[in-house]
Design a protein around this ligand. Structure first.
Ligand SMILES: C[S@@+](CC[C@H](N)C(=O)[O-])C[C@H]1O[C@@H](n2cnc3c(N)ncnc32)[C@H](O)[C@@H]1O
Length: 411
């Protein structure tokens, strides 16, 4: 995102209203980075980290997971907010992994960095829950120390082996590949083990975990599974939809209890979203209403906004799939748009299509819908019109579009 009024406002707030160390730091970084995208990102993060520190308990810990592009700037910002002189910086944790992809003229990047900061001195650190196993080398070293101790030679306390395992290091190796059953198809999904370790180490059962950049919900799911309370925040309707499905899949005991705040809750709010943020409206319809996979916009895609792949039984011993497509039109449209959608459906070899709108169909559109006929799902009793004209108002009266629900999943 480019520099704009939001970045300007955040920068002014940091320098003028909040001031102090973070104000000076942002002013200095601004002189160096000017109004670049990096600076847009840093002021966005800084203003949020100020709030994260404000709501963090004195016993709590902040873990900030970042990539190599911005990590060094973020560490300066964290120092400025948490207090460099109070030594609130606790660890720079290195998560190592292996995998394909090597740059021609650089060392392969095979680690991520997680900065760990605290607000107070007396923080929760449940070391016994995150101990690791001793390496062969340290086991041998300890045997030597024990022999020396037996001979009355001086040894150090930390050479004695702890029955519960080794004190955890500030680096760890966890495979990056996500297990199939846990996969959300969100491309930056992180392994559960990673965040489980941080949650176990820095909180107790019943404590509160917040991920203000929740993505596909790895943190909040790990928190749920470990008996913590949690809250996730994310900017996009797509990720929130994906997170909800992921939580429902992996934590079935709380299905139906997840509360989403900030998505349209009634017809007026949905219509308002369609007007003020057409992209957000499309994302919300695709991810929350239809639970389709969002398609990337490409020239010549015929305006298809989302697709659904659903199982239709097996053909020659192999699982076969049907295909549904959707187009979202928050504004006005004509019969011509519906016909174009029909053509796009045919080009996509779709079995059925849903045209989501905010208006009522004209008689010409109704005729076009009737002409399209019915899709006969081989193992599903419900009649599915090949072309569905779905008014978003129906969603709030619990009238859902006709969709083979077996695998309504965001891919
Ligand atoms: C890298 S992902 C986070 C992944 C997540 N913590 C995890 O490990 O699974 C970053 C997320 O931050 C969200 N995001 C970006 N800017 C945001 C903002 N200003 N407020 C809230 N969420 C934001 C994006 O939509 C994206 O889902």
């Amino acid at each position: 995102m480019d520099w704009g009024t939001a970045s300007e406002a955040a920068q002014t707030e940091l320098i003028v209203d909040i001031g102090g160390q973070i104000g000076d730091t942002i002013e200095g970084l601004g002189k160096f980075l000017k109004n670049t995208r990096m600076m847009v990102y840093l002021v966005m993060m800084a203003i949020r980290i100020v709030e994260m520190k404000r709501i963090l308990k004195d016993t709590g810990t902040l873990y900030l997971h970042c990539d190599t592009h911005a990590g060094h700037y973020l560490k300066i910002i964290l120092d400025a907010i948490f207090g460099r002189s109070q030594k609130r910086f606790r660890n720079e944790i290195i998560w190592c992994y292996s995998g394909g992809g090597v740059p021609k003229k650089d060392f392969a990047r095979k680690h991520d960095t997680i900065f760990r900061y605290s607000k107070g001195d007396n923080i929760v650190f449940n070391v016994d829950t995150v101990r690791t196993s001793y390496s062969e080398g340290s086991q041998n070293r300890m045997k030597t120390s024990a022999t020396k101790a037996f001979r009355g030679e001086k040894i150090y306390d930390n050479y004695s082996m702890n029955q519960l395992g080794k004190h955890p290091d500030d680096w760890l190796e966890i495979p990056k590949k996500i297990r199939k059953a846990e996969k959300s198809d969100y491309n930056t999904q992180k392994p559960f083990e990673l965040y489980q370790r941080f949650i176990k180490a820095s909180s107790k059962v019943g404590d509160f975990v917040l991920d203000p950049f929740a993505g596909c919900g790895t943190t909040v799911i790990a928190a749920e599974q470990l008996g913590r309370q949690w809250l996730g925040i994310d900017l996009t309707y797509l990720t929130i939809g994906a997170t909800k499905l992921q939580i429902e899949k992996l934590c079935p005991n709380i299905r139906g209890q997840i509360k989403i705040i900030g998505t349209p809750e009634n017809e007026d709010q949905a219509l308002q979203l369609a007007q003020s943020d057409p992209q957000g409206f499309e994302d919300w319809c695709i991810a929350h209403v239809l639970k389709f996979k969002r398609t990337a916009k490409t020239p010549g895609d015929g305006g298809i906004d989302g697709t659904l792949k659903f199982p239709i039984g097996s053909v020659k011993g192999k699982q076969a799939y049907g295909k549904g497509v959707a187009q979202i039109k928050g504004g006005n449209h004509t019969l011509g748009h519906i016909r174009d959608f029909r053509t796009a459906m045919q080009n996509e070899n779709a079995d059925f299509g849903i045209f989501v709108t905010t208006t009522t169909p004209t008689s010409g559109i109704e005729q076009e819908i009737a002409r399209a006929g019915i899709y006969e799902h081989p193992s599903y009793i419900l009649d599915i019109p090949v072309l569905q004209y779905y008014q978003i108002q129906d969603y709030f009266q619990n009238k859902l579009p006709k969709i083979p629900h077996a695998e309504r999943k965001i891919l």
